[in-house]
Structures are given as C-alpha cells and as structure tokens.
Design a protein around this ligand. Structure first.
Ligand code: IMP
Length: 533
C-alpha cells in the first residue's frame, strides 16, 4: 500500500494465511466454472491445467484404489482397450497382475475369445499356461524359426503339438546346438528323459524342482500325462509378487473383462465367455445409446444377475447416460471420437471433446453410484490425472499400451525404429482381418458397420507405434507418475481428489494456445525425451 506521503508499507508476513482466508475469491476456476461449455466451449485434456495444492505427505503414500464397476474395485485405475492390437491373453494377465484390468477384444471367433478368457482366469503367477508346443514330426528348422521369431528354443513336444496333449519330450537349445541338418525330425533329437511336476504343484515347489534338476524348463502334466503348463528357469527371477493384482475376492483368480457386440449371436458368445469365467462384459459400441444395447443390458441382467457386471457405452452426454443407467449398466464407458486412431468426429460429425464428455457424464452418473471409464485420447500421465479429476474412476488406454511387449503382434523395423502395428477397430484393416486367427465373421465390423451397408465407411485408421518395452515397467511408471501428480494437487487418494474437486478446493486454469506451447519442451536445438528409468 502506498501512503499519501509516498511511503510504501506492507502487510505483516505472519498474516499471509489469514489474509488469504479473507479473500472472498479463490485463485483459478472451480470445475463447474471451467467446464461451463457455454462460456469455454468443449474442452479436452490439453485445454486446461490443475493448480497445485499443499503437500504434507510423500508421493509413495498416495493410493489409487478405485471402482471399475459398481461392484468391483481395483487397486489402480488402468484399463486396456478391447482392440486386436492391444488386448489378448498376455495383456489381460499383466494388466490384472499390475492392479488394472484388460478387456479382451472380440474381433475373433467366440471360441477363440473364450479361450483367451479361460487362460486369464487359469493364470498362475510364474506358470506359462500357453507355451508353444510342437509334434515329434516337426523339424529342427521349425525350432530355429521359433527361436528367430520369439527368442527362445526350449519347446515341449506333445502328441498333437498342442497343450492338453500327451507330453512326449522336450527340445532345448542344447539338443540342436550342433545340428546342421534342419530337416531332422524332432523325435530324433528331443530329450525324453524328463523331469516333470504334477498339476497342482505350487510355484514354490516347482521352482525348487527346477533349481535342483538344473534343467531349463519344467513341464507340468496332469494325471493323464498331458502337458498343462510350463515353468522356465529364465523366469525364476521374474516370479515376483504382485501386491496390487486385481483378483476376484472369492476365487482368487485374476479379474478378466471382455467385449461383445449387441447382436443376437453375441448372446451365444457371451455364454461361452461366462463359462470360461468372465467377470465383466463390455458392450462395445461406438454409439451406445441404442435400443439394441438397452435390450442387451436387460437381457444380461436378467440372465446372469449379479454374477456378471456390465460396462455400457460408448457415450458422451447425460441423456445417453440416463438410458443406460436405467437399463442396469454397472459402469459407463465415455468417449466418442477421442481415440488416437479415430476419425469418427471427422466422418460422422458426432462426438464431444473428451474432457467435457468425461465431466458431464461423471457428474450425472455419480448420483447413481455408477463409475465412469474415460476411454480414448490418453497420451500421458497428465491426461490420466485430468480424467480422474474430472470425475472418471478409471481410464482406458489403447495407443498408450500398444507397442508394448504384451500387446498382440510382432515387432518390425522401419527406418531404424522398432515398431508394432496399432489400428482402430473401425479401420478397414481391422475389418478385413483374416488368416490364422480370425473366423469368417468379423465382429469388429459390428461396432462400426451394419450388415446392410453396401459401402463400408471407415471410422478408424491403421498405423504403427514405437516399441515401449514391457508393461511390467510401463504401468508402474504410470502409477508412480500418478502418485506424484496427486501429491502435487494435495490429494492422498482418488476419493480425496474427487471430494476436493467437488468442494472447489482443487482449482483449474484454462490454457491458451501459447500456454500449451510454453507447457511443452520448447526453444531447444535438440533433445532426447526419456520418460522413466
Ligand atoms: P487411444 O487410447 O487414444 O488410442 O484410444 C483407444 C480407444 O479408441 C478405444 O478404447 C476405443 O474406444 C476407441 N476406438 C478403437 N478403435 C476405433 C476406431 O476405429 N474408431 C474410433 N474409435 C476407436
């Protein structure tokens, strides 16, 4: 304050907190103010920031437990998308081990999808439940091909070349080391003097047998002598504990979700998935507010009661949410046009900026205790934090988890970069899926196309993403980053975050285009962006 005599005086620093309390206007904007679309338009994650709060706890104390559906809680808010370049058995198993959930895609036959669900439910930490097997009539050349493609050469030999068939031997790197002739049959080189363990053996016992036998692999067989799983010496060190694992409280098996469509034949598919042990079904539709979906939700609730939770969607408005909640949805999947491979907004003119969509639907759904999944457009930890602050209980990721070791498909090189394919389920590429994996029907098409369409209009693209390594490192990176983000905001857990957003304690700020540039790396001649170590 400047007095008449020109002398400047200041308030006593000791009164700073009290002076702040006397201000009747908090800094920044409340969530309602920033999300008022009549004033600010529809916003997405990059359009705003969260103002920092007060830290009086370490980041490691932040917990991330949340609800994926009305009835099922998990320890981390991460879900992998039902896409054929993102979630099959390996992704679903590892997502569940790390505290999230994987949703197995349905761009395959019902039997193939049910088999993937079964493998997730049967998974036991440390045991390889889908080992590559060969028959005695395969050749040394086949082993070399597997080694080149998958990086290992210890292959069990069974009568049919498949799991659940009589175990006859095992071929290891040593058996073929000096074998020049690639046409030699495996029956002439395989080891038949086997050390095995019986089904039901604990991981600890099996590890002990593996150690004392000094073998590289330990086949596990059932009473009929059929191979049921395998233990690898190289995995011994990796068989760590997973304290956050998402498990059904009763069976202690990993939680598994899978996607289906809303056609009559999807009811038969669903029965197969339920028989395989499915916990959560996701009704996979790009516009979920339809009589087909409502009928399907009611059918599932009537047929399976509380044994199966239903995630309905996708939606972006309150009106869409109301119908699905009334029909019996246990969670809502929010996002239309926000996916990284998506061209829905461009082609169909429908959709909504993802921040606004998540906020509007969450505001409505929370009154009924229905959790929201923020699906699509998550590119980094900041986006995850913002989606959760806007009311989502979990985030669903496609592109961010594609290109990891656990996503389906093989790596390839392009201009020196190690890449994996990633494609939209509404891309023509996904629709035309064929070959060894897919059946004649193309369920991916159901999400985006109708039987009667003469011309198929694509709603997604096919592309590639760079190698991200294993989700065993990547998901813990997301988790630790999220703990730090919540610490910066001053929230110790996700409920705390939501309460403080609602009460207006957590404040927001709009970002201009220039602010967005400022918030990114800028002004450097060159730089390397390493995300974690
Ligand atoms: P991402 O995490 O931004 O890559 O988005 C993944 C999400 O995009 C998925 O969970 C789906 O909801 C959505 N999606 C998948 N395929 C397509 C498509 O072909 N067109 C539009 N959206 C898609």
């Amino acid at each position: 304050m400047v007095h008449d005599n020109g002398v400047q005086t200041y308030l006593d620093p000791k009164d700073a907190m009290q002076h702040l309390a006397e201000y009747n206007k908090a800094d920044g904007l409340s969530v309602e103010e920033i999300m008022d679309s009549r004033v600010n338009g529809g916003l997405t994650y990059n359009d705003f920031l969260i103002l920092p709060g007060y830290i009086d706890f370490p980041a490691s104390e932040v917990t991330l437990e949340t609800k994926i559906t009305k009835n099922i809680s998990i320890k981390t808010p991460f879900i992998s998308s039902p896409m054929d370049t993102v979630t099959e058995t390996e992704m679903a198993v590892n997502m569940a081990l790390l505290g999230g959930v994987g949703v197995i895609h349905n761009n395959c036959s019902p039997e193939e999808q049910a088999e993937m669900v079964r493998k997730v439910k049967k998974f036991e930490n440390g045991f390889i439940t889908d080992p590559v097997c060969l028959t005695p009539n395969h050749t040394v050349g086949d082993i070399h091909m597997i080694k080149a493609r998958l990086g290992y050469s210890g292959i069990p030999i069974t009568a049919s070349g498949k799991l659940y068939s009589i175990l006859l031997g095992i071929v290891t790197a040593r058996d073929i080391q000096f074998h020049e002739d690639h046409t030699t049959l495996l029956k002439d080189v395989m080891t038949t003097d086997l050390v095995i363990a019986q089904e039901g053996v604990t991981l600890e016992e099996a590890n002990q047998i593996l150690r004392s036998s000094k073998r590289g692999k330990l086949p596990i067989v059932n009473a009929r002598g059929e191979l049921v799983s395998l233990l690898a010496r190289s995995d011994l060190l990796k068989n760590i504990n997973f304290p956050l694992a998402s498990k059904s409280p009763r069976s202690k098996q990993l939680i598994c979700a899978a996607a289906i469509g809303t056609r009559a034949e999807d009811k038969t598919r669903l029965q197969k998935l339920v028989d395989a042990g499915l916990d959560i079904v996701v009704l996979d539709s790009s516009q979920g507010n339809s009589s087909y979906q409502i009928e399907m939700i009611q059918y599932i609730k009537k047929t399976y009661g509380n044994k199966l939770d239903v995630i309905a969607g996708n939606i972006v408005t309150r009106e869409q949410a109301a119908r699905l909640i009334e029909a019996g949805a246990d969670a809502l999947r929010v996002g239309m046009g926000s996916g990284s491979i998506c061209i829905t907004q461009e082609v169909m003119a429908v959709g909504r900026p993802q921040g606004t969509a998540v906020y509007m639907v969450s505001q409505f759904a929370k009154k009924f205790g229905i959790p929201v999944i923020a699906d699509g457009g998550i590119q980094n930890i900041g986006h995850i934090t913002k989606a959760l602050a806007l009311g989502a209980s979990t985030v669903m990721m496609g592109g961010l988890l594609a290109g990891t070791a656990e996503s389906p498909g093989e790596y390839f090189y392009h201009e020196g970069q190690r890449l994996k394919k990633y494609r939209g389920m509404g891309s023509l590429d996904a629709m035309e899926r064929s070959g060894n994996f897919c059946s004649a029907t193309l369920p991916a098409a159901n999400r985006y196309f109708s039987d009667r369409d003469v011309i198929k209009v694509a709603q997604g693209v096919a592309g590639a993403v760079v190698d991200k390594g294993s989700i065993r490192k990547f998901v813990p990176y997301l988790l630790t980053g999220l703990q730090h983000a919540l610490q910066d905001i001053g929230a110790k857990n996700l409920d705390h975050l939501k309460e403080n957003v609602e009460s207006g304690k957590v404040r927001f700020e709009l970002r201009t285009a220039a602010a967005q540039v400022e918030g990114g790396v800028h002004g450097l001649y060159s730089y390397e962006k390493r995300l974690y170590s």
